[in-house]
Design a protein around this ligand. Sequence first.
Ligand SMILES: *[C@@H]1O[C@H](CO)[C@@H](O)[C@H](O)[C@H]1NC(C)=O
Length: 378
Amino acid sequence: MALLWQFVLVLSISTLYFSQNACTAHALNAIDKCWRKNPNWRKMRMQLGTCAVGFAGKMTNNIGKGATFYKVIDPSDNPSDPKPGTLRYGATMITGKVWITFKRDMTIKLQKPLLVSSFTAIDGRGVDVDITGSGCLVLYKATDVIIHGLRIHHCKSHGPSSVMGQHGKLMPLGQMDGDAIRLVTASKIWIDHNTLYSCQDGLLDVTRGSTGVTISNNWFRDQDKVMLLGHDDGYVRDKNMKVTVLFNHFGPNCNQRMPRVRHGYAHVANNFYRGWEQYAIGGSMNPSIKSEANYFVAPTSGNKEVTWRNGIDKNNQPWKFYSKGDFFKNGASFEQTGSGLAKPNYTKEQMFKVADAKSVKSLTSTSGALKCSRTLRC
Ligand SMILES: *[C@@H]1O[C@H](CO)[C@@H](O)[C@H](O)[C@H]1NC(C)=O
């Protein structure tokens, strides 16, 4: 009996110790608060799925009964005949829900773009995972995908080819421009806590009728074209696109498209912008953008205006660029256009509390892939 009490005491003291270390260092934002306070997150990885907010909604289709845990042990890559133990095998050859983790730190150099199947979660927490090479990640007609905790960089373009796709079927792929992550006709996608930089084309493209996307807690840096929502002016189906851009850190050395929006709707909230060259937020083809409680630091010299519009006809284009509660530093300015508030109309499970713009620097201070050591701290 005495022994048991000692055990309980030690357990509660250590829980206290870990939880204090886990969360006193910085204020945790609405998403991080949901899992980073839990010192045992490593044993309950799938709980992460319940933490998503914004247009992706809760990622409940990725978790629970019937999910396969898959561990990447081999950094090699064979695009047409993936070996068990590699990332590509886990992302394409397993049917149903799969939750992918990594055994150790590794750099995966993709030989061709990597197609990620529906109901896949890639969870890099606890180790340093770098993904680079040709591609990189392509979510083609995929739904219910979580990409978390990866560093994706130096992605190169790749000509038309065929690669392993969903359900272990070879898929023909067109030209890939060299984006870190590209969504094509994808929906219910959550991209959280990744570090994306220095790719040949852009860092994140949401294209061809993709919708229900939340892009949160990422660190975007060292890139000309950062984020494209809606690929081309002629693709009218992107009118239905809804994307939440939340708690991200842009810069240093980002030039434009944070994001650039075509046709659809973006709620851009609580992001930290460390300058830009051409602009931060822009668009064409009547997009609606609600910029809310972001922290904009204009570049010291050059263009101070946050916003940019292509081909706007102020008289008959129902554009909505709306700024609410944004914080402007260094002379940053935002030109509002259109009427109406461009409300996101979130459902209860998509809803989140937007923080005060002045707290954004602190709420985004651990954006990007987290350094989680072997202790349970994250
Ligand atoms: C939210 O509802 C209003 C009023 O119905 C509508 O004008 C607006 O387009 C909606 N927003 C989105 C993102 O669908």
